[in-house]
Ligand binder design. Structure first.
Ligand SMILES: Nc1ncnc2c1ncn2[C@@H]1O[C@H](COP(=O)(O)OP(=O)(O)OP(=O)(O)O)[C@@H](O)[C@H]1O
Ligand SMILES: [Mg+2]
Length: 239
């Protein structure tokens, strides 16, 4: 597979001059599910926020489909099809499920297109249809995560990054959300870059993983080497 969709080259970034990422090189091929795994504070969120353009890198590049997007603002990246479900989920808590979904469709100009997308996401997440008038803040953790994913699907993600989508969820709901992410790739053709702390769930659906520690990629593995990846993760994450 040579069709590289996303690539970072020697990416360095941090906060107020304090470096967090020390020259990160990752690649995501079209149609892959790739996970970034690593301990708390390793720089996972910083990495995907930098890829999204929320954090400006000190040096290095971000390429999307061969195009240098390092200096594009997040809005322009979204227009190219690069989306993020943040660890904070990005919902409007006082708005209803339906209103949140409409907010996700702000780039879609055509009303019938919005209707079509609504039907699509309601098909994928029937529970959201049942609860479409309910305020987002009153949904359960699992339902909120489903809504966060559904909201970005109202746009046109081609590569979707998710930051710890199973955070705070029970094992049952974590498994459900993980299966949903696989469906996004299998049925909708969306390429996935996943950040997870629950290594076990990530390994289940990933084609490839990177292990990050202290802002450095310390290991990269495809499925044939997941066993050794797990061993390394035990060392870094202690799981
Ligand atoms: N807004 C910020 N200002 C200053 N330092 C920050 C900020 N956000 C994160 N950091 C620091 O950057 C480092 C990497 O944090 P980051 O959130 O990227 O880690 P992470 O791998 O996502 O961790 P977790 O698994 O806990 O989410 C940490 O040392 C953290 O304290
Ligand atoms: Mg994080």
């Amino acid at each position: 597979m040579n069709d590289i969709m996303l690539e970072t080259q020697s990416l360095e970034a941090g906060y107020k001059g304090v470096k967090v990422l020390w020259g990160v090189n990752i690649k995501v091929h079209r149609g892959e599910i790739v996970s970034i795994l690593g301990p708390n504070g390793a720089g996972k969120t910083t990495l995907i926020r930098t890829i999204m353009g929320i954090i400006k890198p000190y040096s290095g590049k971000v390429l999307f489909e061969g195009k240098d997007i390092t200096n594009l603002d997040p809005y322009r990246r979204i227009k190219l099809g690069l989306y993020l479900v943040p660890d904070t989920r990005g919902l409007f808590p006082e708005m209803s499920v339906y209103e949140n979904l409409l907010m996700g469709a702000y780039l879609v100009k055509n009303r019938s297109e919005v209707e079509k997308k609504l039907e699509e996401v309601y098909g994928l997440f029937p529970v959201l249809k049942e609860r479409n008038k309910q305020k987002a803040r009153t949904l359960s953790g699992g339902e909120q995560q489903m809504l966060a994913i559904a909201k970005v699907l109202m746009g046109s993600p081609r590569l979707l990054m998710l930051d710890e989508p199973t955070l705070g969820l029970s094992p049952k709901l974590s498994a459900e959300v993980t299966n949903t992410i696989k469906k996004l790739r299998d049925e909708l053709g969306i390429t996935i870059l996943l950040v997870e702390e629950k290594v076990h769930y990530a390994l289940k659906i990933s084609d490839r993983v990177y292990v990050i520690d202290q802002g450095n990629i310390v290991y990269e593995a495809d499925r044939t080497r997941f066993a050794s990846a797990e061993e390394i993760l035990r060392k870094y994450v202690g799981t």
